[in-house]
Design a protein around this ligand. Sequence first.
Ligand code: PLP
Length: 281
Amino acid sequence: MRVLVMLDGTHADADHPHIRVDDLGLMRGDGVFETVLVVDGQPRELGPHLDRLARSAAMLNLPAPDLAAWERVSQAVIDRWTGSGEFALKLVYTRGPEFGDGSPTAFALGMTIGPKTFTHREGGVAALTLDRGFDPSIVERAPWLLLGAKTLSYALNMAALRYAEAHGADEAIFIASDGSVLEGPTASIVLVEGDTMRTTPPTIGILPGTTQAALFRAAERSGWTTRTEPIHRDELKGAEGLFLVSSVRKVTRVHTLDGVELPDSVKLHTELSALYESEYP
Ligand code: PLP
């Protein structure tokens, strides 16, 4: 099922075309997006998602998004949704048609979550570490690389997932050229050792994850120590638990890395999932 509402509040048929062929989002991936999880009519972390949309838009010099309008359009999709209790709400904001009046293209699209996501949430995933080809020191020096912006240019991320799948895995974990762990193509990384949860810092050129932030909030309330700091690739295999977290996949455990089985983290996964869900009573 899909529900489409344009930012101006117009409901549109998701089975019909609405984007012009010269839309720069389509022609060049020149735009930004967010994917929000909606559960039983409640959008999770909508505020942080909209803040990140605004940050990404600023990095691309797009007009500052009207966040109140994005909240309204999100609610309009939620109000019209008649499908299953959980769905993905995609917010898309592009530079608009190349030969238009300069107005951006902006819409919200509710979509059913595919079965693979549920299988991965339940059973975990095998992941491959893949070179991302940049050194974290480039982030400050080269803002045009848009590292840390959630742009529509996800062809590279999708290619990494296809590469992983072609090599017997389900997921990828990007590694910087200095050996730093970055993130997954569509997920943040969380590593567990004892009572400490660690994730990698946005300053190295990755997205600040809204799910990771929610999980860490809950973890801190429950007495865990949380650390956001560089993690080296050599630390991944020794960890008690390695997880990929994102809005739609929630907390997914990595059971195999580069073909090597990791320590059993089924119990940890149950614990982290419960912590994450406790943010949404
Ligand atoms: N990193 C990347 C590259 C992503 O695409 C995503 C989400 O799609 C994330 C991290 C996790 O972000 P969030 O938890 O806000 O969904």
